[in-house]
Design a protein around this ligand. Structure first.
Ligand SMILES: [Zn+2]
Ligand SMILES: [Zn+2]
Length: 403
């Protein structure tokens, strides 16, 4: 449309009508994307070949931001729980951003009760009201009707063990101690996220907390005493701190990056047998990190804690120069050595590398083809939104009847 065709006093209305039509169409298309994502989740069709999450898959396929991808996945995971809102979403009168707030905060028991409010509220209003609203539990739900009685004075308990090549940790505590641990983990997770790792998990946060704690130990001798040592036999076997043997993929990953300096042993005596070539020289490391500016895996957003990967492992005669070394985040480095995907080509040009999944398909950040958009019926008109409101008087009533 061309707004200049309208006399000035009608431009506002014409512009608003045009924007509303586009908003409705956007909602319809978003609803299709959510439906597709729900199917992709159900079939696990996103996974494999280094794609770390459904969100990562969406970022790669649809060029979405991490936040938007997260919202779409969150809505897709709850698909079917908000039938009326989902119907209006598909018809175009409820937006993706509105539904994202609902999916995050509204229990299924109030799916119907919130409909008029959600449709009539702006996204900032929804964000202000829904997280703070106390949704009454359903009386019919025995879990919420009778609060579980736990002993109050149980101290925190923690157990650790290694089994089948994996380390396990189990922790229980009262909710106050739990909140302390949770806050520490969430802070560390956020710090890693700000550092550029969009797919950071709470498990990564625990590792961050542990490494910070060890780094903060003031005494050098004490720090050395608690250092994690990787012992590698020159015949290729290895273990950590006298535990069981390390799996082979882990060995290759540890000896691929120069940041771990293993203790080489021959007949249990430390040796230096010219293996130092394997370690990426500091200068090469800086050049590689400058060149790559983050993990080279397509769509990965990590820019910190990068590791150097050798295209040809040193044990197979690979060199440590910048044509044969590339940056990977710890997760993609690990997954590559576990065999989730292969890397070919030359890292010196932006498009020089080809990543392939287990079954040979190439993993690329492709952006939409020129396919025509799907045909939709005209969207429903946009409701009036943004009522002045006093949150004290918002009442979504009792929960919906449970069938
Ligand atoms: Zn590697
Ligand atoms: Zn990565």
């Amino acid at each position: 449309m061309d707004l200049l065709e309208y006399p000035s006093n009608e431009q506002w209305e014409a512009a608003s009508k045009a924007a509303e039509l586009i908003a409705g169409q956007l909602a319809q298309l978003h609803s299709e994307l959510v439906n597709l994502t729900a199917q992709v989740l159900a079939a696990n069709a996103w996974s494999g070949g280094g794609i770390v999450s459904p969100e990562h898959w969406l970022m790669l396929r649809c060029a979405l931001s991490p936040t938007r991808a997260k919202e779409i996945v969150a809505i897709a995971r709850r698909q079917g729980e908000f039938p009326e809102l989902e119907r209006r979403f598909a018809a175009g009168s409820v937006s993706l951003d509105q539904l994202a707030v609902v999916a995050k905060h509204v229990p299924t028991t109030h799916a119907a009760a919130v409909v008029p409010f959600v449709e009539g509220a702006t996204v900032p209003q929804l964000r202000r009201v829904l997280p703070r609203y106390v949704f009454a539990p359903t009386p019919a739900d025995p879990a919420s009707a009778t609060p579980r009685t736990e002993p109050l004075d149980d101290g925190p308990a923690l157990s650790m063990y290694t089994n089948s090549g994996r380390f396990h940790l189990h922790f229980t505590a009262d909710p106050v101690d739990g909140a302390l641990v949770e806050s520490a983990l969430r802070e560390a997770k956020d710090a890693l996220f700000i550092g550029g790792d969009a797919s950071v998990t709470l498990a990564d946060a625990l590792l961050e907390v542990a490494s910070r704690s060890l780094t903060a130990v003031p005494s050098t001798s004490r720090r050395d005493h608690y250092r994690v040592l990787v012992h590698l036999e020159s015949d290729g076997r290895g273990w950590i701190n006298k535990r069981g043997a390390l799996p082979e993929h882990l060995m290759r990953k540890l000896t691929c990056d120069g940041s771990v300096r293993p203790v080489w042993l021959e007949n249990a005596a430390p040796v230096s047998v010219g293996r130092s070539m394997r370690i990426v020289p500091r200068r090469t490391r800086a050049l590689v990190e400058d060149r790559d500016l983050g993990c080279r895996f397509p769509g990965c957003t990590t820019t910190r804690f990068l590791e150097n990967h050798h295209l040809t492992h040193w044990a197979d005669g690979g060199a440590s120069d910048i044509e044969s070394v590339l940056s990977l985040c710890p997760r993609h480095h690990r997954e590559h050595h576990q065999g989730h995907f292969t890397i070919e080509g030359t890292p010196t040009t932006p498009d020089g590398l080809t990543f392939r999944g287990r079954y040979g398909f190439a993993i690329q950040a492709t952006v939409a083809s020129n396919a025509p958009p799907p045909q939709h019926p005209p969207p429903d008109p946009q409701p009036i939104r943004g009522w002045p409101m006093d949150t004290r008087f918002i009442d979504f009533g009792p929960p919906d009847r449970v069938a």
